[in-house]
Design a protein around this ligand. Structure first.
Ligand code: ATP
Ligand code: MG
Length: 295
């Protein structure tokens, strides 16, 4: 994917820092840019995947920066498929995927960012958070009883707890980017109608039955509140150092291209290079070469 093509593709998906987001009004889940269909996007995705593989290998070799990819979405928006496709060309040694579920008792005994902090990428690595610290202002906000389980002292609960969490998250991410860890934040934005179809498919198609969970239907009942929580999260946590991109997710083929493009763009910003040896090291290498040639 050429640079300007990537820039053109992802510009409309970026949440401008400081802007107030309303959902579903501001971002159309069915958007596909100037691409008409899956066939039109196939080559673009292949090129994106190849670029990602190349960048990942440079990132590992340079060993200076790390990349954190945050994936957030409602159920059936396609998080798993996005990870599978977008990362298909990458050396598995360089990527770690962490899926965050309902917190354990041990995790609940710590501050709300603790379990995420223990799984951050090292230098040279890409980490993917399948769900992330953002659940702390999404599911926990939609279901206040989850906040009760966190056993917060009164001063952490009182007043604008969500505002304070947004601020804490922004500071946490700022600390990471200041220290060489770039953050890509993707919200896979699926429509209520498309989610309905996908959940139905999980019931109707035997090979998808394992994916069906009655809990997904229960959460679907909170659709409006989730949209509001997502909108507020986008409004307050899309920053210059770690902006959000809203990935239209009703067409899986497009969401994969868009996700790949945002990640490629971030890696391009890091521009990792293979280390070049200095004169002394090159001379030593030649000496070793000579010894090897002699047998
Ligand atoms: P799948 O595609 O396999 O369904 P998933 O990410 O939905 O993937 P599940 O095991 O179905 O995984 O669900 C994980 C659940 O954990 C979600 O309902 C999510 O909201 C919940 N969860 C994640 N983080 C937190 C948190 N910090 N507090 C409470 N619940 C959380
Ligand atoms: Mg689920």
């Amino acid at each position: 994917m050429p640079h300007d093509r990537i820039a053109e593709l992802i510009a409309p998906l970026r949440v401008r820092p400081g802007s107030k987001v309303r959902l579903p009004k501001d971002f159309d889940p069915g958007y596909t840019g100037d691409l008409i269909d899956k066939a039109a996007g196939t080559e673009l995705l292949q090129r994106g995947v190849a670029m990602l593989a190349d960048f990942q290998s440079r990132l590992a070799a340079q060993h200076t920066n790390g990349l954190l990819v945050v994936l957030q979405a409602l159920d059936a928006a396609g998080k798993d498929g996005t990870i599978r496709h977008v990362m298909s060309g990458v050396n598995p040694q360089g990527v770690r995927v962490h899926s965050f579920k309902v917190p354990s008792a041990e995790e609940l005994d710590h501050d709300f960012l603790w379990r995420y902090a223990t799984r951050l990428p090292a230098r040279g690595e890409i980490a993917i958070f399948n769900r992330s610290h953002y659940e702390e202002v999404l599911v926990v906000r939609v279901h206040p009883e989850l906040l009760d389980r966190q056993r917060l002292p009164p001063r952490a609960r009182n007043g604008s707890v969500w505002r304070r969490r947004f601020q804490a998250i922004n500071n946490f991410e700022r600390h990471l980017t200041d220290n060489g860890f770039q953050i890509v934040k993707l919200f896979l934005n699926v429509s209520k109608e498309e989610q309905r179809k996908r959940l139905l498919a999980r019931i109707d198609r035997p090979e998808k039955n394992w994916k069906f969970s009655a809990a997904d239907l229960h959460e679907r009942g909170f659709w409006r509140r989730y949209q509001q929580a997502y909108a507020d999260m986008l409004t307050h946590t899309s920053t210059e150092h770690a902006p959000w991109h809203v990935i239209p997710a009703d067409h899986k083929w497009f969401s994969r291209i868009a996700a790949a493009a945002v990640i490629v763009n971030a890696l391009d910003g890091i521009n990792p290079q293979y280390p070049v040896l200095d004169t002394q090291a090159r001379r030593e290498l030649q000496e070793v070469r000579g010894a090897l040639e002699e047998g």
